[in-house]
Design a protein around this ligand. Structure first.
Ligand SMILES: [Zn+2]
Length: 101
């Protein structure tokens, strides 16, 4: 870990347990996203208005991802919600979420 900062809302103890369990079973996308975040692989580059730009290192590459035009995107080949977006969504929020509440 690059520094000792804890990420709000994530209990390091539970993440440790998930990582240990992940070695026994296949690491799922949620667990992987949390690990990427805790390992400092996610960098939020810019948040302007309703736009988010970030990069995340994973699977041997650095992927660009973010929120643009009312939707999340990641340039990695995953077809469903990927671990990079899981990491980003742990620290940022869709600015339109909750707008119907
Ligand atoms: Zn991705």
């Amino acid at each position: 870990m690059p520094n000792g900062n804890l990420v709000a809302g994530i209990d390091p103890a539970s993440v440790g347990l998930e990582l240990r369990l992940g070695r026994l079973s296949r690491e799922n996308v949620e667990t992987k996203g949390r690990r990427y975040l805790l390992e400092g692989r996610l960098i939020v580059r810019e948040v302007i208005g309703d736009r988010i730009r970030a990069t995340c290192r994973g699977s041997g590459s650095t992927w660009r991802l973010g929120f643009l035009n009312d939707r999340w995107y990641c340039e990695c080949p995953a077809r469903t919600r990927c671990s990079h977006l899981v990491a980003l969504q742990l620290v940022t929020q869709d600015p339109y979420s909750g707008r119907d509440e």
